[in-house]
Design a protein around this ligand. Structure first.
Ligand code: NAD
Length: 282
């Protein structure tokens, strides 16, 4: 029987979420995605118009796209200004709890859960200039969103299943420019990977791992503003001097989700051409 994956954080074909979906589909998985509500219309229109066919969209069938906003756990959490927001008007049932309920109703269960989303409204500000609100928003969208997703999807995940998130080395080394509390949010995500591996492993036989990915010119990364510098820094300094392709992260996710990785949980796996191992630039 084929496996079923829910991938949260796909809104175009430039990011890691899309590449992970492609790799999982190539390995035979059925693909469901969660797309941020404000990005939903453009994503669905682009899918319909075949805009992504060049990046193998034709080879990947997305069975269903669910609107999702992972900073809200249930309808009671949603403030009035969001309810009234034009960009949320056309969609419904997009809080984490509601999406998990819909997936259960539509498909019964899943095997693979992927968290490929992050948001830090003050990411361009140094930590010393970050407001409390901006810092907490980064942690809410980029770290607690994962705790919430796993919490709500775990009851419908088949034992032996696997959960994967994406992190960045700015959690453990100084990367000036990755601000707004985003470095803090990734540190929380990495620590939570271990605790969640214990809890989900004991309770549901689910593995929990995170991929520390090298720089990719995704939509989110372009918003930070320093991604081209990071890509050329990596090219100049990493052990493997090649541009990192999103597919290399996708393939690692497919490995981690497969029985080949059946003893791997609570792990952080670098997919970064080895840059993490360097002590100095060369
Ligand atoms: P991306 O823009 O493709 O993905 C981020 C997605 O998050 C977008 O689709 C966006 O719509 C979605 N999103 C934002 N807020 C959301 C919310 N509240 N609810 C639901 N969805 C929301 O960019 P990406 O770079 O591929 O990012 C995917 C993951 O990879 C992130 O966790 C990011 O931190 C991580 N990562 C990226 C890089 C890089 O260089 N691009 C490096 C290491 C790790």
């Amino acid at each position: 029987k084929g496996k079923r994956a829910f991938i949260a954080g796909v809104a175009d074909d430039n990011g890691y979420g899309w590449a992970i979906a492609k790799s999982l589909a190539a390995a035979g998985a059925e693909i469901l995605v969660g797309t941020w509500v404000p990005a939903l219309n453009i994503f669905e229109m682009s899918l319909r118009r075949g805009k992504f066919d060049a990046s193998h969209g034709t080879l990947m069938e997305i069975t269903k796209v669910y609107p999702l906003d992972a900073v809200f756990d249930n309808p009671e959490d949603v403030p009035e200004d969001i309810k009234a927001n034009k960009r949320y008007a056309g969609a419904s049932n997009w809080t984490v709890q509601e999406v998990a309920e819909l997936v259960k109703k539509d498909f019964g269960s899943i095997d693979i859960l992927v968290h490929s989303l992050a948001n830090g409204p003050e990411v361009t500000k140094p930590l010393l200039e970050t407001s409390r609100k901006g810092y907490l928003a980064a942690v809410s969208a980029s770290s607690y969103s994962y705790v919430s997703l796993l919490k709500h999807f775990l009851p419908i995940m088949n034992p032996g299943g696997s959960s994967i998130s994406l992190t960045y080395i700015a959690s453990e080394r100084i990367i000036p420019g990755y601000g707004g509390g985003m470095s803090s949010a990734k540190a929380a995500l990495e620590s939570d990977t271990k605790v969640l591996a214990f809890e989900a492993g004991r309770k549901h036989k689910i593995r929990v791992n995170t991929i520390s990915a090298g720089p990719l010119g995704s939509r989110a990364a372009k918003a930070i503003g320093f991604i081209d510098t990071m890509i050329s820094y990596s090219f100049a300094n990493a052990p493997l001097q090649k541009e990192l392709s999103a597919d290399e992260v996708g393939n690692t996710a497919a490995f981690l989700a497969s029985p080949l990785a059946s003893a791997i949980t609570g792990a952080l796996i670098y997919v970064d051409n080895g840059l993490n191992a360097m002590g100095v630039g060369v």
